[in-house]
Design a protein around this ligand. Structure first.
Ligand code: GTP
Ligand code: MG
Ligand code: ZN
Length: 291
């Protein structure tokens, strides 16, 4: 019997990495089929020579991508191509906060911006940098990769971001021995859109990292509008001063968040994105009721 972490799942075969770093390919015992939980990538497990016998309690679990025990979600956004989007950033941040996982923001492909454009983007993102870690990278600028390497050490990280944002390229640049397929290569092979398909934890700079398929759809189906409150640390800090205890910061009088938006303390664009997501969640409920 040994303890380890599942780092790969392909065709019912699990690769487990033990505490010494040794890999063993095993199957789960049949018993898991009758339980609500199936072993997932990221799970800490007890295993023998050929079977997983126990899944240890999870800290957290993501459905898409299907990974357990994630320490941080590294959100990869391209500075250009595809165009940087604050709306997409706030959507990703909301979903990651809802899962109670620490988000880290990486803006990549910065080589595609003029110096002035990059300065403008950094100025806008400085608001986020006051409560999240924000990094700027390019696969063509090796010095930009060093801080990211340190970020991975000793942690289980998920790289997430829209398709084409540069997740696989960044991982390849962080460790040249990886050679993960990127879009250029898959285009040459004549494949369809999503380049990265299965879920696997890669051993990288002292940590484990999942390169997830690009999300094409980010929905809030599991959320209620009240759930949004805990997903905005900047608003949360102000909400003690809202007149109403469960203020949703939309139409309530005496709202400290709305007052802070007016004063320019809270970024207007971020507040607008919050309102759009709030509306979207309300809209979802209406559709449910009709059915
Ligand atoms: N100029 C420049 N191009 C980059 C950079 N990083 C990635 N790219 C290009 O962006 C395109 C998409 O990169 P990928 O790494 O395949 O993107 P991905 O996020 O893994 O995409 P999916 O696997 O489909 O989700 C490729 O053509 C890369 O060469 C960068 O730092 N600078
Ligand atoms: Mg990829
Ligand atoms: Zn309020």
């Amino acid at each position: 019997m040994a303890k380890g972490r599942i780092i790969k799942l392909i065709g019912g075969q699990y690769t487990v990495r033990d505490e010494m770093g040794k890999h063993t390919v095993v199957k789960p015992l049949g018993v898991f089929r009758h339980q609500a939980i199936a072993p997932k990538v990221g799970d800490l497990v007890i295993f023998d020579d050929d079977h997983i016998t126990e899944v240890l309690p999870r800290d957290n679990t993501l459905v898409r991508p299907p990974i357990a025990n994630v320490d941080q979600a590294i959100l990869i956004h391209s500075a250009k191509s595809p165009e940087f989007s604050f709306f997409l950033l706030d959507r990703f941040l909301t979903l990651v906060e809802f899962e109670q996982i620490r988000p880290v923001v990486i803006v990549t492909k910065i080589d595609l911006l003029q110096a002035e454009e990059l300065n403008d983007l950094k100025a806008s993102l400085s608001y986020y940098a006051s409560f999240y870690d924000v990094y700027y990278t390019s696969v063509h600028q090796v010095e930009s990769l060093e801080p990211v390497k340190q970020l991975l050490d000793g942690k289980v990280s998920v790289f997430a971001g829209q398709t084409g944002s540069g997740k696989s390229s960044l991982l390849n640049a962080l460790d040249i021995s990886l050679s993960i397929k990127t879009q250029e290569i898959s285009k040459a092979l004549g494949r369809g859109k999503h380049t990265t398909r299965h879920t696997e934890l890669l051993e990288l700079h002292g940590g484990l990292v999942a390169d997830t398929p690009g999300f094409s759809k980010l929905d809030f189906y599991d959320m209620e509008v009240e759930d949004l409150l805990a997903c905005y640390p900047d608003f949360l800090a102000l909400s003690e001063d809202c007149k109403f205890r469960m203020c949703l910061h939309i139409n309530e009088p005496g709202c400290a968040v709305k007052a802070a938006v007016k004063l320019g303390v809270v970024m207007k664009q971020r507040y607008d994105n919050y309102c759009l997501i709030h509306e979207e969640i309300k809209g979802q409920k209406k559709i449910y009721r009709k059915k």
